[in-house]
Design a protein around this ligand. Structure first.
Ligand code: HEC
Ligand code: HEC
Length: 358
């Protein structure tokens, strides 16, 4: 006759209890921790930094007026708005609006990296275009503008535009958008808008523990603590966008899409090229889904001309007197060489024919 094992008998209820306790603990940890004051998810990053003792940016404004924000947003998106006098303003540019080249939403999944592969996926997921200009979201949180090779390329033209955001905008109005400078009420409205899209604490994806530490530092940290916190914050995003210019690949070094991923190339074609080249957009040079269009692009792949995507993406075109719309180049940070190969693979796939066809 078998005797029930007394140890085994006792172990089952204990195990059950342990499981229940574990589930309860897990449920607790799934609930978001309450964010302790004074800072919450929607606090502006610059305000937090200033509270920690960082110096006030030159372009800082305390007032954030909703009517001004609306006007600023319309200037950025449409080039014009109804001004304080109730009249429709003159278009900033006859050729472009700022959003032809810049997003106004976050475009990088992790603000610490400028990675075009991650950005393309994020852009597709969030229905954003994939552009040469950096996003205007968080641009007020940067500390200098036109960095990296933009300084090398433009020299003195850019030097004066690096240290203040207003000057940087002025420069882009004339040099990039090929239009007029903004009037002082317009630039004010634009600044109100740009402050409304500054980085918020939530954009940094801090853990509840990091929030707690931050708030403790703001409230009763030593000044060394606070300096460290400022430095730490500034590593969580770019205070200056990196920009590296690349030379177009020489004709003999072009792989012509051999290792490219056509599916990825299609994303680039649609989210980037067609943002400007679709019918009715900023240029009459149309890039549509027509086979002839792809054949025409393919024909130039091996040539050292501006109609070759190898050349145009890295060099862009220049505005000319009498013909002002031009195409900005893509830096390494805005399109990688492997993405360019993906685009070429897509062009060849859509053009059809044999792999050796020109
Ligand atoms: C034809 C394309 C184009 C248009 C239109 C355009 N920009 Fe730009 N802009 C660029 C490119 C390219 C850069 C350099 C890359 C970068 O840093 O964003 C740039 C840079 C900037 C910068 C400096 C960014 C930095 O961190 O270095 C600011 C500020 C700016 N643009 C504001 C504007 C505003 C405001 C408008 C509208 C009035 C505008 N831009 C219109 C293409 C354009
Ligand atoms: C921000 C707007 C913009 C984007 C994005 C853009 N282009 Fe352009 N592109 C232009 C403009 C403007 C021109 C000048 C066209 C003209 O002559 O009318 C141009 C010119 C060109 C030309 C040469 C035509 C010429 O006249 O020299 C080619 C080829 C071209 N683009 C391909 C592309 C491809 C491929 C992409 C995507 C990787 C792309 N473009 C993305 C605005 C853009």
């Amino acid at each position: 006759m078998m005797h029930p094992n007394p140890i085994k008998k006792g172990i089952i209820p204990v195990l059950l209890l342990a499981v229940v306790a574990l589930m309860a603990a897990q449920k607790r940890s799934l609930q978001p921790e309450p964010i302790p004051p004074p800072y919450g998810l929607n606090s502006g990053l610059t305000e937090v930094l200033m509270e920690l003792g960082d110096k006030k940016p030159l372009h800082y404004t305390t007032s954030r007026d909703t009517a001004m924000i609306r006007m600023g947003r319309e200037i950025i998106r449409n080039g014009r708005t109804r001004g304080p006098d109730g009249k429709l303003s003159r278009k900033q540019s006859n050729f472009f609006t700022c959003t032809d080249c810049h997003n106004t939403a976050i475009e990088d999944p992790d603000l610490r990296y400028s990675n075009p592969d991650a950005r393309l996926d994020y852009a597709i997921k969030n229905h954003l275009p994939f552009l040469q200009g950096t996003t205007l979201y968080g641009i007020v949180n940067r500390e200098s503008w036109y960095n990296g090779d933009y300084l090398k390329k433009y020299g003195d033209l850019v030097r004066g535009a690096r240290d203040t955001l207003m000057n940087a905008i002025d420069l882009c109005c004339t040099e990039c958008a090929q239009g007029r400078k903004l009037e002082s009420w317009e630039i004010k409205a634009v600044m109100h808008y740009l402050w409304s899209i500054q980085y918020k604490l939530k954009d940094l994806h801090l853990t509840p523990e990091q929030y707690k530490q931050l708030n403790a530092r703001v409230k009763n940290g030593s000044s060394k603590d606070q300096q460290e916190a400022i430095a730490w914050f500034k590593q969580q995003f770019f205070t200056a966008s990196p920009a590296t210019f690349l030379h177009p690949k020489s004709v003999e070094n072009r792989s012509l899409g051999a290792k490219g991923n056509a599916e990825n190339g299609k994303k680039i074609y649609q989210a980037s090229c067609q943002h400007c080249h679709a019918p009715g957009r900023v240029t009459h040079y149309i890039l549509d889904e027509n086979k002839l269009t792809f054949k025409q692009l393919r024909r130039h792949l091996k040539r050292p001309t501006r109609f070759s995507v190898y050349q145009i993406t890295r060099k862009g075109t220049y505005a000319m007197p009498g013909y002002r719309p031009y195409m900005p180049q893509y830096t390494k940070e805005r399109m990688s060489d492997s993405q360019l190969e993906d685009l070429v693979a897509y062009i060849r796939q859509q053009a059809g024919g044999n792999a050796s066809d020109q």
